[in-house]
Design a protein around this ligand. Structure first.
Ligand SMILES: [Fe+2]
Length: 345
């Protein structure tokens, strides 16, 4: 009986020798995912997808920029079927670099709202994140600033914020997209004025990441910083440990209204060998339950709803501004130039 089972198994799934060539006659479908989303909780969504469809997900993780570099280097030899990236600048740059391919999918067109998908159908958003301000009320009060008077990113350019602003470095695509957003929203002149004012209010070297900014604000090294909302949420929830939870508790999040909303997104690799499976997984991730599955544990927002976690709701309601992800991509290089000109290193 055991032998019979073994024989049957090998007949179904194993490698055969045919005319001297090795032919893989596998019934197992799979999709290889290159992901710049470094959240362990994504794996639960992949697992559910595999259970529902029988398509195995093989995950290869890499940081956003190096992932794009890697894909460029690998070219036609790349194993990637589906590419997931965080930030509008990264996904639009991947498309510009010819790393993605156009796909046709009614369900993606239905599930991903306008402004959060590519006109050429090469990428689709999966989750949303809001760039917020994180403040230390006591530190600002000492400088005579009432946090209720802070409404928008542009407020940080006011002279009373001298020496109180902390920012992540220019390399951060999150900040590049924020500046691109302001260019579209307010025009070149106003953006330049905002940048010049805000950068002259920065008191210390630019930070390597959002979490470091939240800690510095908590320790009163800064009065205000700009970060993605989910970093504060995760710290408050204790995901990063007790100490970070205590740091985050000493800060307050201010959500501009309307707010700059960024995305994580996915597209099918130009040289995907499992294209149909990649489209299926992308559809799954962008579906209401898939997007929720990705966003709920990371404190991001799904595509169409707001994260219902009380911590995230505590940051206040937000209305996304009218800027599309496409606009952010188009203005990325110009944003970097304006940042450089203003001394944003
Ligand atoms: Fe992030």
């Amino acid at each position: 009986m055991q032998n019979l089972r073994k024989l049957l198994y090998s007949a179904l799934t194993c490698t055969f020798l045919l005319n001297g060539n090795v032919v893989v006659n596998s019934t197992e479908k799979e999709v290889k995912v290159y992901s710049g989303r470094h959240y362990n909780t994504d794996r639960a969504v992949y697992k559910k997808f595999a259970e529902d469809t029988g398509i195995k997900v093989r995950l290869i993780e890499a940081a956003g920029i190096s992932l794009i570099e890697r894909l460029k280097r690998e070219g036609k030899n790349s194993q990637a079927d589906l590419i997931l990236l965080v930030d509008a600048a990264r996904i639009t740059n991947a498309a510009k670099a010819g790393l993605l391919q156009r796909i046709e999918s009614k369900s993606l067109e239905n599930d991903v709202p306008i402004g959060l998908k590519d006109k050429n159908k090469e990428w689709y958003a999966l989750t949303r994140r809001v760039r917020v301000m994180v403040v230390n009320e006591k530190k600002l009060a000492k400088a005579g600033i009432d946090i209720n008077d802070i409404k928008d990113y542009t407020d940080l350019a006011k002279p009373e914020f001298k020496g109180l602003v902390c920012l992540r470095n220019r390399k951060s695509p999150y900040n590049q997209s924020l500046v691109a957003n302001q260019i579209v929203n307010k025009g070149e002149l106003e953006t330049k004025e905002w940048l010049n004012g805000m950068i002259s209010n920065v008191s210390q070297p630019f930070f390597p990441g959002d979490i470091a900014i939240i800690r510095a604000v908590s320790k009163k090294k800064c009065g205000v910083g700009i970060v993605n909302h989910y970093y504060v949420a995760r710290m408050l929830a204790g995901v990063n440990g007790r100490r970070d939870a205590l740091y985050a508790k000493k800060t307050t999040v201010i959500t501009p209204n309307p707010a700059h909303v960024n995305i994580s997104a996915g597209g099918v690799s130009k040289y995907a060998t499992n294209k149909a499976e990649a489209i299926k997984l992308l559809e799954y991730l962008a579906s209401p339950s898939g997007s929720k599955g990705l966003a709920a544990p990371t404190f991001e927002h799904p595509l169409k709803e707001v994260n219902q976690n009380p911590i995230v709701k505590g940051f206040g309601e937000f209305t996304p501004d009218k800027v599309t992800v496409d606009d952010l991509g188009i203005n990325n290089s110009f944003a970097i130039k304006l940042m450089k000109d203003a001394g944003w290193n």
